[in-house]
Ligand binder design. Structure first.
Ligand SMILES: *[C@@H]1O[C@H](CO)[C@@H](O)[C@H](O)[C@H]1NC(C)=O
Ligand SMILES: *[C@@H]1O[C@H](CO)[C@@H](O)[C@H](O)[C@H]1NC(C)=O
Ligand SMILES: *[C@@H]1O[C@H](CO)[C@@H](O)[C@H](O)[C@H]1NC(C)=O
Ligand SMILES: *[C@@H]1O[C@H](CO)[C@@H](O)[C@H](O)[C@H]1NC(C)=O
Length: 347
């Protein structure tokens, strides 16, 4: 859009612009604001003008976006001829959803799916390409919330800041690519990150599949009923005796139990406590954490991690109880004899 009208007026008569046509009249009207160039050609011989001629070229200044315009209708008579622009209120302006290019000589689509002719028409949108006359997002990119830009829609896509990655939940811009945050892993679709810890963010139960035995509850992966977070918070493991287990470590919350036939079962010598939450010893010297664990034995306390009989108690024959132990009692009887006479007599 550099030269919209080019007219050449020939001949030596400079008053004659040679504009006879209707179009010529328009150009002539624009001459005040247009760029006017005049050329004079002299062919000299021995300092004598042999032939002289002149030419005048009028390059009408193109009407750019934001410039004044006239003749809004019909469109082919308007001097606001930029595609996707209209002469509105005497100004040449881009229509809705189009924005002026930096050079003001084009109206570029400002929305994904906007009309384009060339690849460069999509430059405002970014990460997009012109396909079938529409600006479409590049592979791995999606339209942002207001459909103005294409931003990463898949992990490992180039980004310049965290805000670029907001279409990929729980990701951050690391090393210029959208990468899952700490404690999150890529989901199968590579378009979001799912938690690998209890209480991580989710939108559906599927997002909680890395956290075994959890469900998505109020946007967080929460342990199912009868399950609780393991020590490392990476899984939910049974918090009840006979809860389902896969590995021995799944029974860590219960203690003194083994994963047997898919259930956390109490070790030999241990039984479920009242709330069925732990396996507690049924014998003296069984492992304990607190005195409560020794409740079945009676008259015992948890000492150095083992149920030991209270002072003055000993383990019963079957080791299941503590019973009062044997004790020696000494009675020292001192008879002070004061009757010397009797003593004497006794002697
Ligand atoms: C975009 O292109 C379509 C199909 O060519 C056309 O119908 C529509 O009017 C165009 N939209 C604009 C804003 O130019
Ligand atoms: C970032 O890239 C550097 C060099 O390529 C690499 O050493 C580093 O581990 C990367 N960091 C992350 C968090 O991926
Ligand atoms: C435990 O496993 C059984 C059999 O696989 C299953 O039916 C049951 O729902 C599981 N219980 C829990 C609390 O997950
Ligand atoms: C100890 O146990 C044995 C058999 O196990 C039993 O015969 C004996 O009577 C028990 N002794 C006491 C004091 O309970």
């Amino acid at each position: 859009m550099i030269r919209r009208h080019l007219s050449v007026g020939g001949g030596s008569d400079r008053r004659n612009h040679g504009f006879k046509t209707e179009k010529g009249r328009l150009v002539s009207l624009k001459m005040a604001s247009g760029i006017q160039c005049a050329f004079y050609v002299f062919i000299l011989m021995n300092a004598t003008v042999l032939i002289s001629t002149s030419a005048q070229v009028v390059i009408a200044a193109p009407v750019l976006i934001g410039d004044d315009c006239t003749s809004p209708k019909p469109p082919d008579l308007s001097d606001c001829t930029i595609e996707h622009a209209e002469c509105i209120g005497g100004k040449c302006l881009c229509i809705k959803d189009y924005t002026s290019s930096d050079g003001r000589d084009k109206c570029l689509p400002e929305r994904v799916y906007g009309n384009c002719t060339f690849q460069r028409d999509c430059e405002l949108i970014g990460n997009s390409f012109c396909y079938s006359g529409k600006c479409l997002c590049d592979n791995g990119y999606v339209a942002d919330d207001d459909s103005k830009h294409c931003i990463p829609g898949k992990l490992e896509t180039t980004c310049s800041g965290k805000s670029d990655c907001y279409k990929i939940p729980h990701s951050d811009c690391t090393n210029s690519t959208c990468t899952c945050e700490a404690d999150y892993e890529p989901a199968a679709d590579n378009a979001h990150c799912i938690p690998e810890k209890v209480d991580g963010g989710c939108t559906g139960n599927d997002d909680c599949k890395l956290v075994f035995n959890s469900v998505c509850n109020s946007g967080k992966c929460s342990c199912d009923k009868d399950y609780a977070a393991a020590d490392d918070s990476k899984h939910c493991i049974p918090d009840r005796v006979y809860g389902n287990c896969t590995f021995q470590r799944d029974c860590e919350l219960i203690g003194n139990s083994i994963c047997y036939s898919g259930k956390c079962s109490c070790d030999n010598g241990y039984v479920a406590d009242d709330g069925s939450k732990h396996c507690i010893p049924e014998k003296v010297n069984g492992e304990c954490i607190g005195n409560d664990d020794c409740e079945l034995i009676g008259n015992s306390v948890c000492t150095s991690g083992k149920c030991s009989c209270d002072k003055d108690y000993v383990a019963a024959n079957d080791s299941k109880h503590c019973i009062p132990g044997d004790y020696f009692s000494f009675s020292i009887i001192i008879v002070y004899r004061s009757d010397k006479r009797k003593l004497h007599r006794l002697r």
